[in-house]
Design a protein around this ligand. Structure first.
Ligand code: AMP
Ligand code: MN
Ligand code: MN
Ligand code: MN
Length: 278
């Protein structure tokens, strides 16, 4: 069984359509897949019909943007959710509106730095779906203002960039509650990436569990073996389940591929073992 429970389609900041993500996952041997677009579930119906055709099990997923303690951004993945749940849908709609407001501010900053047309180009690219900083990064690369996405974040969009605008999202208890009300499991996404001290990470995970969180993403792309062991230990310490996901966005990076290098030791309690899969 090859499991990948975190990746993106072009309904947020991935480059492939949901059907193409499913196809690529299948080609890479994935048997249990979740597509987890940022604050958006509209791509899942298309993904489901392709998954049924190919015989790969697709779990409904989403990656929710959360503001924790003084506007620090975290991501909570929801797995096995009912996408029709009205609380969840309304919550995600609200975040997508916040994304649009932030995007307007980013575009204005870029404009005042002498980079015109960002707003028009980015909203056309994102269509009616979730507009992210990745869309701005692509625009900046296309216009020659950065050589690649990494540099676009460093120079413009990241915390120290010239057009940085901090997002204000939803609280962690709200995000977890929406996921639980939609019958799903809340997973703390890629904890290594927050660069928190062990103490701070324990505080975060305690709060996450107290408000109904169920699992920790113990494997994500580019985790070192030490980081992976530390995350497994973190999950065990807090008696939470483990989840795994590539966080795949675009083809072309051999280190970030659907289903690649996501295996778990057998003695780790995996969240998908709690699901009734057919
Ligand atoms: P947003 O949720 O709109 O703030 O955008 C965050 C997304 O930007 C993440 O999900 C990543 O896909 C992408 N991202 C964040 N930091 C970087 C980086 N340094 N280089 C490339 N992509 C990044
Ligand atoms: Mn992303
Ligand atoms: Mn994320
Ligand atoms: Mn992601």
């Amino acid at each position: 069984m090859v499991v990948d429970l975190h990746c993106h389609s072009n309904f947020s900041d991935g480059s492939l359509s949901p059907a193409d993500v499913v196809e690529r996952a299948h080609a890479h041997g994935v048997t249990l897949l979740a597509i987890t677009d940022h604050d958006e579930v509209a791509g899942l119906a298309e993904a489901k019909s392709r998954a049924d055709e190919l015989g790969i099990t697709l779990i409904n997923g989403v990656e929710i943007s959360v503001s924790w303690e003084n506007n620090f951004t975290l991501h909570i993945v929801g797995l096995n959710i009912d996408c029709e749940n009205t609380t969840l849908r309304a919550g995600l709609e609200d975040i997508r509106q916040r994304r649009i407001s932030r995007a307007e501010k980013i575009a204005r900053r870029l404009e005042s730095c002498g980079v015109p047309d960002a707003w028009k180009t980015v909203t056309e690219q994102a269509g009616y779906e979730s507009v992210t900083r990745t869309h701005f990064a692509r625009f900046l690369v296309e216009r020659g203002h950065a050589k690649d996405s990494e540099q676009a974040f460093k120079r413009w969009l990241g915390r120290k960039g010239k057009a940085y605008v901090n997002g204000t999202w939803v609280s962690m208890p709200d995000a977890v509650r929406w996921i639980n009300q939609a019958g799903g499991d809340a997973v703390l996404a890629h904890p290594v990436r927050y660069n928190l001290s062990r103490t701070k990470l324990d505080t975060l995970v305690s709060e996450f569990k107290a408000c109904g969180g169920r699992a920790i993403e113990v494997v994500s792309n580019r985790y070192t073996p030490n980081e992976k062991s530390a995350m497994i230990a973190l999950a065990k310490r807090h008696e939470l389940f483990a989840s795994v996901g590539s966080d795949f966005h675009v083809p072309g990076n051999p280190y970030i591929e659907l289903g690649r290098n996501l295996g778990l030791p057998e003695n780790v309690a995996a969240i998908w073992q709690t699901w009734e899969l057919n």
